[in-house]
Design a protein around this ligand. Structure first.
Ligand code: SAH
Ligand code: SF4
Length: 353
């Protein structure tokens, strides 16, 4: 059965509305994209026959909340159950910004793009149990709509930094982005949507020429092939030369700043030599660097460097003229920080068919 949210991106002629009721389009858009309803019954200004007809043709929800965990720092983690019984997670992170007296609260939603992940980065929880399947466009959008309903409003920012590798799922990601970004639908605004990739060079080039605008974050995590090979198997397929060349293409075509994500792993990638090399790569691409002190994942052997080492690494970048910040993450106590999302035993996934 098709998904109702996806229909909103189709010409109205495809909706099968009664020909004398063109105003129904706006009503349906409002129920789905502004009120985030979870059932057709709630669409009270639609006639019963229309509701019944829509319900028989279009599924309204693609993800249903199973658990909602709240962190002490007010981050919330959602576990969603999908139509086939698989589970994925999203994380809602509030942030206060602005000066005293003029504070506003921004909501960032971190969404998943796949069930599991095939890329097996050594430090990441999401790849531990392998890849199950791609999320459909409706399931990607479903995470946003469901989280909006629970939060009472649409998030201000979206980051594809949950479970999975978004660029390995472009056929579903692109239609989802279209709906999330386009002003006539969810209207997120391209500057507020960030896609993070472990470095799929051909897809980065493909996106360079795609009309959709969004921000790109590259999970670099090591500045030389010798170290990247050890912690990110994808580097064997697309070594740094090839990857940075693809980023060149992206930056030139899109005329946009990209971001490097760099997890700091004690004794692995936090040496001054790595900082110097990283600064060279960042300067070449005018990239901004987000340093992420490693979040502990149970069963993995890595440690976060000392505060002193983290600051030293950051200072080396700044001195080399690179924009760099240390990202302090939220949601540690509920395993909702970057890289802590995983398919746990208790989320019994159905066997692949
Ligand atoms: N597959 C994509 C997007 C999901 S991962 C990618 O790799 O970019 C989202 C971010 O979390 C990436 O930057 C990833 O490298 C980072 N991450 C993974 N494990 C982590 C951990 N244990 N601590 C901190 N960040 C982690
Ligand atoms: Fe997959 Fe990204 Fe985790 Fe690597 S860091 S295993 S690509 S989710």
């Amino acid at each position: 059965m098709n998904a109702l949210p996806l229909l909103l991106d189709q010409p109205v002629s495809a909706w099968g509305l009664p020909p004398d009721q063109p105003y129904r389009e706006k009503q349906i858009r409002t129920w789905v994209l502004q009120r985030f309803v979870s059932s057709y019954e709630e669409m009270t200004d639609l006639s019963l026959p229309l509701r019944t007809s829509l319900a028989s043709r279009f599924r309204l929800r693609a993800a249903e909340p199973v658990t909602i965990q709240g962190s002490e720092d007010t981050t919330r983690k959602f576990l969603w159950k999908l139509g086939d019984g698989s589970y994925v997670e999203s994380v809602l992170i509030p942030a206060t910004q602005g000066l005293e007296g003029n504070r506003s609260s921004r909501l960032t939603l971190c969404v998943s793009s796949q069930v599991g992940c095939a890329y097996g980065c050594r430090f990441c929880a999401s790849g531990i149990d392998g890849w199950r399947r791609n999320l459909t466009a409706a399931e990607i959008i479903g995470q946003v709509l469901e989280a909006s309903r629970i939060a009472g409003r649409r998030p201000d920012n979206l980051v594809f930094m949950g479970m999975g590798e978004p660029l390995a799922n472009l056929p579903n990601l692109l239609p989802a982005l279209d709906l999330l970004i386009s002003p006539s639908n969810l209207g997120m605004g391209a500057r507020h949507v960030t896609i993070s990739t472990s470095g799929l060079a051909p897809q980065i080039e493909e996106l360079a020429y795609h009309p959709l605008q969004f921000r790109l974050a590259l999970s670099l995590h090591a500045a030389s092939d010798a170290i990247r090979d050890k912690i990110m198997p994808v580097n064997k397929r697309y070594p740094l030369d090839r990857l940075l060349e693809a980023c060149d293409v992206f930056v030139r075509a899109k005329k946009k700043q990209i971001f490097f994500e760099y997890i700091l792993l004690a004794g692995i990638n936090d040496s001054p030599e790595q900082a110097t090399l990283l600064a060279q790569h960042a300067r070449r691409l005018f990239a901004k660097v987000n340093l992420i002190p490693y979040n502990k994942v149970e069963g993995l052997p890595y440690e976060r460097p000392s505060e002193e080492a983290i600051h030293l690494f950051c200072r080396t970048l700044l001195k080399a003229g690179v924009r760099a910040t240390i990202r302090r993450e939220k949601g540690h106590d509920i395993d909702a920080a970057c890289g802590q999302l995983r398919l746990r035993q208790e989320m019994k996934q159905p066997e692949p068919t």
